[in-house]
Structure formats: structure tokens, C-alpha cells
Design a protein around this ligand. Structure first.
Ligand code: ZN
Length: 150
């Protein structure tokens, strides 16, 4: 189990150091800014939505390792997904970091995102991990929106 935990940590550290899909992607037509005043995390999520599918996604921002890694992993998780699928992943992720437990089936659907399961034990960190997801959710509603965890 401790090996597993180390692996999970290395995924988070890797995504913090080399964030994937950083920057505004071409064709971006939705965006939102998120702010987590408790930690000082800022994130902007960009989406290129075409015919109900997230064709491309990117983010910018600065914050703690958890918030940056979460945004990076989120972009990988939702790229190419339909809006319904993205909402489902969002719900699953939310349950993962706030709920009592996630079923094996849900955990499989979440893939790499399960690295954030340990965040559940640190309520302050839950907001760091979910900031980008709330921001993505808000971005789906339009352009230049903003959201705060408070
Ligand atoms: Zn943070």
C-alpha cells in the first residue's frame, strides 16, 4: 500500500512540474477563472466545445502542487469527452475526494484521477483539488465566468 501511495505522489509531482495542456488551446470558446482564497490558487480553464464534445481543453494559473496537478490531470481526463461524460467524471471525482468511498467500478472509470483519493483526509486540500473542476463546470456555461471556493 505504501508503494502505491508513493506512485500516486509521483504522478502528482510529475504533473505539477510538467503540467499538460498548459495555455489557451486554439478554438477555445468557453472559459472561466477560479480562485481558492484559502490556499491562494488561481486557475483559468479554457474549453473548445464543438457539437457537445470537448475537442480541446487547456488551463493557466498558479497555485499549490495539488491544484496544478489536478488541473493538468483533469485536462487529460476530459479531452475528447462529451459534455455528459465530463459531468460524470466531475461527479465521480467529487465523490472520490469528499465521499466516504468510491466503488471499484467508479475508481476504474476515474483512472489516473484516483491519485487524489488521499486528499479526502485533508479538507483544506479538497478545495485545491476540486477548484479546476468547479471552474471547468462554470466554463461550460459560457465565457469569462468566475468562480470561487468561498
Ligand atoms: Zn492549493
Amino acid at each position: 500500500m505504501s508503494d502505491l501511495r508513493e506512485l500516486y505522489q509521483s504522478v502528482i509531482l510529475d504533473h505539477n512540474k510538467k503540467p499538460r495542456n498548459f495555455g489557451e488551446p486554439p478554438g477555445s470558446n468557453r472559459s472561466a477563472q477560479g480562485h481558492n482564497p484559502l490556499c491562494g490558487d488561481h486557475v483559468t480553464v479554457y474549453l473548445a466545445v464543438v457539437d457537445g464534445v470537448i475537442e480541446d481543453v487547456g488551463f493557466e494559473g498558479r497555485g499549490c502542487a495539488i491544484s496544478t496537478a489536478s488541473a493538468s490531470l483533469m485536462t487529460e481526463a476530459i479531452k475528447g469527452r462529451s459534455l455528459e461524460e465530463a459531468e460524470k467524471i466531475f461527479e465521480g471525482f467529487h465523490a472520490l475526494v469528499t465521499g466516504p468511498a468510491v466503488s471499484a467500478v467508479d475508481a476504474r472509470a476515474l483512472g489516473k484521477l484516483t491519485v487524489f483519493a488521499g486528499v479526502r483526509e485533508f479538507p483544506m486540500r479538497v478545495k485545491c483539488a476540486t477548484l479546476c473542476w468547479h471552474t471547468m463546470h462554470t466554463a461550460l456555461e459560457g465565457r469569462d465566468k468566475s468562480v470561487t471556493t468561498e
